[in-house]
Design a protein around this ligand. Structure first.
Ligand code: NI
Length: 505
């Protein structure tokens, strides 16, 4: 059993921990008046909205588009029996692909075993990924996840280091001098009065995350409840850059260099784009002069009283396949509606902007795909408002609709949507594209179920779905349907109210 599995199994034992909800992260800033945060959690200096949530110095996070040249595919997993939502990259390199898939799949299996779906609350596992470092000699990836067992929530993380050229995977001892690093780690812990004894005899090997800070410090990350009280959330210990110099192997130095001065791992560009670390991102979104002036969604003149209107809606993006999808839609002259996750907008701001610039409509699918009824009213509001904010900031458009993940709603969700001025838009054609992962089946499901007024649910994070889109459009047009945005389909809507489709006759 790997470390994470045992950590997951351990959660059962830890269910008495004094945590209700995860420490609010910089990515989901709660209103000061309604924050469920333990007051002990410091806000890391210079944190972007995309920063990890942790107590202590947080690892630097890079723009995932840096890896566009080396990511071969995106693996995803979802489950109907429990709420599992997992995404991770694949590089067409057997060793790292196997390592990553092994971790994600084992984590999902352990979750499904430990939290069988039963009772009123559906357990939930969200597992995504972050880019820690990028260069032709070294890439660092971190799994970043959230597990909700029904009573309490927990953030998870784990780092992976590999060479994009050779495909070699680097373990801890390939990157640093174990004994000397352990001594430095103990010093860092004692300076913060953290008892590393909680993590066993070798607290360096027990740490799930190894990464680097903005200024080149070596960061060792622990899971929640592993070395500190659960209320502290994930905890990091940082070894200053100068001392780290003496600990790192040549590969470790490459890993650090690829963090602080990232370059294109495919070597196709000399540019060294990095994430924008500007700390001012939490300010009020003001579309700047460089913001696109998108065609107002729904400005195409279509009369859905006369036409057989239907709406194509894409959930869970934007992601690495969204640009391809935009090409398909543009060639077919179709405007669609994208229900975006705030965390994906944060990862792919340029793609989000391109979606808006192409005249598509953008709605809110929450920040990180939580099942909203499991959250406090304050947290539900934050899930919505933080997503609205990044959509406005990065696309220059103001969303009008909320699509709650899994279609899961309760009175609090209705109230939060109403307060945010968003109508709730569900669907009445479920293609199950995320489950079949089959282009032909996705086309067939969409064509077979669609009627006048249909809202078709598909996901732009699956390449099989993106590939299905031209055929879906052609075949439904052949049946006399007209593709419109949700705004065009529904006409005026009422915030807080839910809609499954448009005019049926
Ligand atoms: Ni979704």
């Amino acid at each position: 059993m790997n470390k994470l599995c045992s950590a997951l199994v351990g959660l059962v034992v830890l269910s008495g921990c004094a945590i209700n909800y995860p420490v609010p992260t910089a990515s989901t800033p709660a209103p000061a008046t309604a924050s469920p945060s333990p007051s002990a959690t410091p806000t890391p200096t210079g944190a972007t909205e995309d920063a990890f949530s942790a107590t202590g110095e947080v690892p630097r996070v890079l723009d995932p588009e840096l890896l566009d040249g080396v990511v071969a595919a995106l693996a995803t997993r979802a489950s109907t029996t429990s709420h599992v939502f997992a995404t991770w990259p694949q590089f067409a390199l057997p060793a790292i692909d196997g390592t990553l898939s092994g971790y994600y799949v084992a984590t999902i299996r352990a979750f499904e075993k430990d939290y069988p779906s039963a009772g009123a609350v559906t357990p939930e596992l969200n597992l995504g990924w972050r880019v820690l470092a990028a260069s032709p000699s070294m890439v660092g990836i971190a799994a970043d996840g959230y597990l909700f067992g029904g009573a309490s929530g927990e953030n998870l993380w784990r780092s992976f280091w590999f060479a994009p050229g050779s495909g070699a995977v680097f373990g801890l001892d390939d990157l640093l001098d174990h004994t000397a690093t352990l001594a430095a780690l103990r010093d860092a812990a004692s300076a913060r009065s953290i008892d590393l004894g909680e993590a066993g005899a070798d607290p360096l090997s027990a740490a799930p995350l190894l990464a680097f800070g903005e200024g080149g410090s070596l960061i060792v990350g622990y899971d929640e409840c592993q070395v500190a009280t659960c209320a502290d959330g994930r905890v990091t210990l940082a070894i200053p850059a100068e001392r780290a110099d003496t600990l790192l192997t040549p590969a470790g130095r490459q890993a650090r260099e690829a963090t602080t001065h990232p370059t294109d791992p495919a070597g196709t560009s000399t540019a060294a784009p990095t994430s924008d670390p500007s700390p001012g991102t939490s300010s009020t979104p003001t579309p700047t002069a460089t913001s696109p002036s998108p065609t107002a969604p729904g400005s195409d003149r279509v009369n859905c009283r006369k036409k057989k209107c239907i709406a194509l809606t894409f959930d869970d993006g934007p992601g690495p396949y969204t640009r391809t999808l935009l090409g398909h839609l543009s060639r077919k002259g179709v405007h669609a509606t994208f229900f975006m996750l705030g965390q994906q907008v944060e990862m792919y701001p340029k793609v989000a902007k391109a979606v808006a610039a192409a005249g598509h409509e953008i709605g809110v699918h929450t920040w990180d795909h939580r099942s909203l009824p499991t959250l406090t009213p304050a947290r539900i509001r934050t899930e919505i408002t933080s997503t609205v904010r990044v959509i406005r900031r990065d696309t220059g458009t103001s969303p009008k609709y909320l699509r709650p993940p899994y279609g899961a709603m309760n009175a609090d969700v209705h109230a939060a949507a109403r307060k945010a001025g968003l109508a709730m838009v569900l669907w009445n054609v479920d293609t199950l594209d995320w489950k079949t992962r089959n282009t032909k089946k996705t086309v067939t499901a969409a064509v077979k179920q669609t009627r006048r007024g249909s809202i078709i649910l598909v996901h732009d994070i699956h390449p099989t779905t993106v590939k299905a889109v031209p055929a879906i459009i052609d075949r439904l047009r052949a049946k006399g349907y007209t593709f419109v945005t949700v705004s065009q389909l529904l006409g005026p809507t009422t915030p807080g109210k839910k809609y499954f489709g448009g005019r049926t006759g």
